[in-house]
Design a protein around this ligand. Structure first.
Ligand SMILES: *Cc1c(COP(=O)(O)O)cnc(C)c1O
Length: 356
């Protein structure tokens, strides 16, 4: 928990860190669950706490099995490799984490070309344009291997894709004859915002992953869920990547607490994000309120005559950390360690940064 740090001069507070929700630290209950966790060698499939987390994740998503992995990136890679195979193309959405942050890994490690579909809001009713390229010029185009969805969509906006929209896009994938994967790194934010259970998003796709280490405050880890055969294949691929881990129950224990105790409170982050958006607009920044659907606030600082870089530096000088995401856009991510009382502090720093 954040505490003022007494220095030589006046008491200074720790920076308010809104760069990401990954900065959240484990709760006291996670720490004690970790200390008490029963463990074994997970490469031998003998860590009971890991198995409990995988079984719980599978149950919550209506899938047959789960695989606990160190990161969302590894979960994405394993899913795509297992569903698609090297050399076939993965269709991804324009502003997705896969399209933006995982291109090098897809090319170098997976050997999977990414075909990005244009979409402003994460919903596509037709990927024929991209798919037809593979049909009209089959010899010159990669064969299609998987359609990848994302929810919440766009790491800089966190837009909610509804279960109905997910089902419709899964049908598009089926129409193309490819399996459908859901990168649900922040799916619990979508589930809480939509008031729908995890299973309503996962039942129409072939496999999905979610992160425990973002808004849910777990220190490390993601879970890939899907059919038993696919998870067995992913487990085998994970070992090749050096992702076989031993007494991982120490961290799976925190993941179990995250699933039990940390999902419901995300609504509080969403309310804080809306309130922060209101305060930042008052401070003279460009905010699209309709796009504040979960815990992410994207702000345009160009209208205030600033570059993102300048704004980020001025905020940091006031001990508020935010992330530049474009030449004149900045993202603020609200999470468990940003309290309601911090919102006015953040807005005041923003107002002073604009005026400076
Ligand atoms: C964070 C994120 C990932 C990657 O997760 P890491 O644990 O950081 O590797 C993948 N997809 C989306 C949508 C994300 O937000």
């Amino acid at each position: 928990m954040r505490r003022p740090i007494a220095g030589c001069g006046p008491v200074t507070r720790r920076p308010l860190d809104l760069r990401s929700d990954t900065v959240t630290t484990p709760t006291a209950r996670m720490r004690s669950a970790m200390a008490a966790a029963e463990v074994g060698d997970d490469v031998f499939g003998e860590d009971p706490t890991v198995r409990a987390l995988e079984a719980k994740s599978a149950g919550m998503s209506g899938m047959e099995d789960g695989l606990f992995v160190p990161s969302g990136t590894m979960a994405n890679h394993l899913a795509i490799l297992a569903l698609c195979g090297r050399g076939r193309a993965a269709i991804v959405l324009e502003h997705s984490h896969l399209a933006r942050m995982e291109r090098a890994g897809a090319a170098v490690l997976m050997g999977v070309p990414l075909l990005a579909v244009t979409t402003g809001n994460g919903v596509v009713d037709d990927v024929r344009v991209e798919a037809s390229l593979a049909r009209v010029a089959p010899i010159q185009m990669p064969k299609l291997g998987v359609l990848c969805l994302e929810n919440t969509y766009d790491l800089n906006r966190g837009l909610v894709i509804s279960p109905a929209e997910t089902a419709a896009m899964a049908a598009v994938g089926r129409g193309l004859g490819v399996p459908v994967f859901l990168d649900g790194a922040r799916i619990f934010n979508a589930a809480v915002a939509a008031g729908a259970p995890l299973e309503s998003f996962t039942r129409t796709v072939d496999a999905a992953q979610f992160c425990l280490s973002k808004g849910l405050s777990s220190p490390i880890g993601s879970v890939l869920v899907g059919p038993r055969d696919l998870i067995a294949e992913a487990r085998w691929l994970r070992q090749q990547l050096g992702g076989g881990w031993r007494q991982a129950g120490i961290i799976a224990a925190a993941g179990l607490v995250a699933l039990d105790e940390m999902v419901g409170r995300l609504a509080e982050d969403h309310a804080h994000a809306r309130e922060l958006g209101r305060l930042l607009a008052e401070a003279g920044l460009g905010v699209d309120h309709a796009q504040i659907q979960t815990n992410i606030v994207r702000v345009d600082v160009g209208g205030a005559g600033l570059t993102a870089e300048a704004f980020v530096a001025r905020m940091a000088a006031r001990r508020v950390l935010v992330k530049p995401v474009g030449p004149d856009t900045v993202r603020l991510v609200v999470h468990r360690e940003i309290a309601a009382s911090d919102l006015t502090v953040i807005a005041r720093a923003a107002g002073a940064s604009v005026a400076a």
